[in-house]
Design a protein around this ligand. Structure first.
Ligand code: HAM
Length: 487
């Protein structure tokens, strides 16, 4: 080991810095205090009612005469500071990984869509929550509340060039003017997986496996979360039993889905005003309370598609190995107009949160856009409820900011050398934070905060020998390394 000072010795010495020496009588002061993050100035900006705010302070950063802006994002929306952004990226990475494992391809769409894509007449909540407006060219546009219509649009656009089945996934932001509750906000990100061109229950079975794989990757167990499954064909069969016209089907589904949010009397009133008899309403409610497939079979018989498809799905679930995650629940109808067959949603078994994800089959959406139908099935999985659940179960991962190396020149004249060392390490794929204008004590604290594994000090005497001083921050070992041997 050379006789040059150790890092411990350096800690009590100032970094040689010509500007600092010129501008300050204290050799321990960093030379660029004006570059430091200053929380107090942020407080001045964010606290419009601060009694100590002088006119000069108030005018300072925002310019004379400007009023202080509200630093909060619009109600119901979120900023993503680094910690939250790391969590979001981690979640999306898991979404992507599961999609890859299931052999899905990623697609994307504009958040701004044409309003016509989302105009549906069934009275769904989602269409009443649209962020819609006219753009400067007089076109009616929306911030999309969901992604399924955009997927359908792209499938139609691709036309015959698309080779079916299409297995697509996407992750994107959706906007709904919602009443906010836990996990429900005015913007959220949704992971969607959709299959176009498969009419068999295989599609649903694949999608549910994706959801289960995601839960398992996140550490969630089937004792924490279940997936309720039913089919809109159950309701369709009940409507047939009471000779309710086919054209009322979608509206009936949307109304029935509100049960739980509105009272039974309110629901009954809505159905009766649609032309459904009280006797039929009672029949619908009775069937929707069923929680076992064998009971459903007793009521509807075993011949219909509702029962046979559900039975097939439950038998596939056994083969996939996720049968303990799913349960039949006839009350699952889902609130979107376009579903036609099997529908499902994931819920926390403690019943504290809203649906974690939801999806189903929508074989007739394309014809509502004026083209031939293609069987389709998919789900949307939000980013907000799942994070609430992970918090609840103490399953949030440790995602602190991590870098490999900190490179710190001890003298301003060595800034160029430090740059080239940082650059060559980065080219090798190491993450490097190049730090300047700080005291060594700060650098050590910083290294701890960002979990750096090495501190590389570029000092004059080592540099003269073509070397740097390296401290391994986990073992606390310290040694001199030739620059061309650094990796
Ligand atoms: P959805 O049930 O309206 O379905 O939404 C799917 C998921 O998005 C919900 O289960 C929830 O995780 C999340 N979500 C919805 N609204 C909010 C909100 N305001 N705040 C936070 N999270 C929310 C659909 O959107 C369908 N397009 C899904 C689909 C895809 N069906 C077939 N393919």
């Amino acid at each position: 080991m050379s006789a040059v000072p150790t890092i411990r010795q350096l800690l009590v010495r100032p970094r040689l810095c010509s500007t600092a020496l010129n501008s300050s009588s204290s050799p321990f002061l960093s030379y660029a205090p004006s570059l430091h993050f200053c929380p107090s100035s942020l407080r001045v900006l964010s606290s419009s009612s601060s009694p100590t705010l002088t006119q000069e302070e108030a005018d300072g950063p925002v310019g004379k005469g400007s009023s202080l802006i509200d630093v909060n994002p619009p109600r119901g929306t979120r900023d993503f500071p680094p910690d939250d952004m790391r969590l979001r990226s981690w979640l999306f990475q898991n979404f992507r990984e599961v999609s890859r494992i299931l052999s899905f391809e990623e697609v994307d769409f504009p958040v701004l869509e044409s309003e016509a894509l989302f105009i549906r007449k069934a009275g769904e909540e989602i269409t009443q929550q649209l962020y819609n407006f006219e753009d400067k060219g007089g076109r009616r546009v929306v911030l999309r509340p969901e992604i399924t219509p955009s997927l359908a649009r792209l499938v139609i656009k691709q036309g015959k060039s698309a080779s079916l089945p299409l297995k697509w996934f996407t992750i994107g932001q959706c906007w709904r003017y919602e009443r906010m509750t836990r996990g429900r906000r005015r913007e959220h990100y949704q992971w969607n997986m959709d299959i176009f061109g498969v009419s068999k229950v295989r599609a649903e079975a694949e999608l549910i496996q994706a959801v289960v794989l995601l839960f398992e990757r996140l550490g969630i167990k089937s004792s924490d979360v279940g997936i309720r499954v039913s089919s809109r064909k159950v309701l369709q069969a009940v409507l047939q039993m009471y000779a309710i016209p086919e054209n009322l089907f979608t509206q009936v589904c949307v109304i029935v889905d509100k049960l739980g949010k509105i009272t039974r009397e309110e629901m009954e009133k809505e159905l009766v005003s649609l032309g459904v008899s009280t006797k039929a309403v009672n029949g619908i409610i009775e069937v929707l309370s069923l929680k076992s497939l064998s009971k459903l079979e007793e009521v509807l018989g075993s011949e219909g598609e509702a029962v046979s498809e559900l039975k097939k799905l439950f038998s596939l679930a056994e083969s996939y190995g996720y049968a303990d995650w799913i349960c039949f629940d006839a009350s699952v109808v889902r609130g979107l107009a376009y579903y036609t067959g099997i529908v499902f949603e994931a819920f926390d078994r403690q019943g504290k949160l809203r649906a974690i994800c939801g999806g189903g089959r929508y074989d007739r959406l394309l014809s509502t856009f004026g083209t031939d139908d293609i069987p389709a099935c998919g789900f949307g999985f939000g980013d907000a409820v799942i994070v609430e659940l992970l918090k609840e179960k103490a399953l949030l991962p440790d995602l602190s900011h991590k870098v490999d190396d900190i490179v710190f020149p001890l003298d301003e004249v060595l800034d160029g050398t430090a740059s080239s060392i940082a650059s060559s390490l980065r080219k090798k794929g190491r993450s490097v934070d190049l730090v300047e204008d700080k005291r060594l004590k700060w650098v050590f604290k910083h290294a701890e905060r960002i979990g750096a594994s090495r501190l590389i000090l570029v000092g004059n005497s080592e540099w003269e020998r073509g070397a740097v001083r390296v401290k391994n921050l986990s073992t606390r070992e310290e040694f001199e390394v030739k620059i061309d041997e650094l990796d």
